[in-house]
Write a protein that binds this ligand. Structure first.
Ligand code: CU
Length: 292
């Protein structure tokens, strides 16, 4: 496994902290994580200065993370235009690896790492009102493994931003983003999250582009937030994929817009949250969905 696919040490430590803050299960529900607990005084042990037992600690943390996550990290790899698969990484600003963004004030929040330019990326022409599907995978392949690793629970959202000129030259900065889709805690009684639905759908989720948007070139930004280590900030993991599209015809709507980064804060209840506490409601970060 390439090193870029491994959990960082801070992620592993945060996971350990989150797991050891688990409350007792309340009512009938499927256990989300049932890792073997390697040591009763684990949190203090993990926070202690480096010592002779460091390698043992690392092994225990590694086993813990493996039990909970099996794999890690993913990227947006395909865009489908009205049901047509447009091919691996085509029309997408591809990040250097599948690591998440965790700093909501970073320009990496816009379109992932190295995502401020689309030079070399083609722009896909779509009709007004198109149904666009995004497809995510852990690795650069459709292998049948979980598209996103099952331990990654959280919301799925889609934003769109109109480019002043070409999508390829658009950096997506400023108050330019309109939220057009959001799905969070789908079923509180079973603790089913939007990410579970994406996994069940082979890594895919769809959005209808509002037909009232004006013709022109746009960035489409899909976002999956994994909340498995989000009980402190930074912890929530932002997986972001931006695609370049050209709406061939359209209307004259002027939808509400926010900045990304800008609209999210580390203190947002949808960003800093312990999802192992059987939440019954969830408020995703950012503005309300605009449907056209
Ligand atoms: Cu991951």
């Amino acid at each position: 496994m390439p090193s870029s696919f491994r959990l960082s040490s801070s992620e592993v430590q945060a996971l350990g902290t989150a797991l050891f803050s688990l409350p007792k299960p309340q009512g009938p529900r499927t256990p989300i994580v049932t890792p073997p607990l390697p040591h009763p005084s684990f949190p203090a042990y993990a926070a202690a200065p480096m010592c002779a037992s460091q390698s043992t600690m690392k092994l225990a943390l590694s086993l813990l993370a493996t039990a909970a996550l099996a794999n890690a990290h993913f990227t947006m790899q395909y865009i489908w235009n009205n049901g047509v698969d447009e091919g691996l990484n085509n029309y997408i600003r591809v990040p250097p690896n599948n690591n998440p963004v965790t700093d909501v004030t970073s320009t990496d929040l816009t379109c992932n790492v190295n995502g401020l330019s689309g030079s070399g990326v083609q722009t896909l022409t779509i009709p007004a009102g198109a149904t666009i599907t995004f497809e995510w995978h852990q690795h650069a392949q459709r292998t049948g493994e979980d598209p996103i690793s099952a331990g990654h629970k959280g919301p799925v959202q889609v934003y769109i931003a109109k480019a002043p000129s070409t999508a390829a030259s658009f950096d997506g900065q400023g108050a330019v983003w309109t939220k057009i889709y959001s799905s969070g805690l789908v079923n509180p009684s079973t603790q089913q999250w939007a990410t579970d639905v994406v996994n069940a759908n082979g890594g895919k989720h769809s959005v209808t582009i509002p037909a009232s948007l004006p013709a022109g070139e746009y960035l489409l930004r899909a976002e999956i937030i994994a909340l498995h280590v989000a009980s402190t900030y930074p912890g929530a993991q932002f997986y972001i994929g931006c695609a370049q599209v050209k709406i061939s015809s359209g209307g004259s709507a002027n939808p509400p817009k926010v900045a990304l980064p800008g609209a999210y804060h580390g203190s947002d209840p949808g960003i800093t949250i312990n999802i192992y506490n059987n939440p019954q409601t969830y408020t995703a970060p950012g503005p309300a969905v605009w449907t056209g």
